[in-house]
Design a protein around this ligand. Structure first.
Ligand code: FES
Length: 79
């Protein structure tokens, strides 16, 4: 399993760094040209989704985030 760190950037992207791979829904791998750090779009305005192209800087995207704990997952219905 890959080891990666994802940092939620205030008013911007998700920065992914470490040992990771990014695949599409069919499992095809995005070529990262040797990068060990990429930024993924969180604002929805990038022309190069899923990667950030800095459009968040001009589209007015605002999302300042402080880490928090998720609630436990809902129990799965028994079969
Ligand atoms: S977060 Fe950077 S373009 Fe969307």
């Amino acid at each position: 399993m890959a080891s990666a760190r994802i940092t939620v950037m205030n008013n911007g992207s998700l920065r992914v760094e470490g040992d990771f791979e990014i695949v599409d829904q069919e499992g095809r791998t995005f070529g990262l040209a040797g990068r060990s750090r990429v930024s993924l779009c969180r604002c929805g305005q990038s022309a190069t989704k899923p990667f950030c192209d800095s459009a968040h800087k001009t589209c007015g995207f605002q999302s300042a985030v402080v880490a928090f704990d998720l609630a436990p997952p809902a129990p799965k219905p028994s079969a």
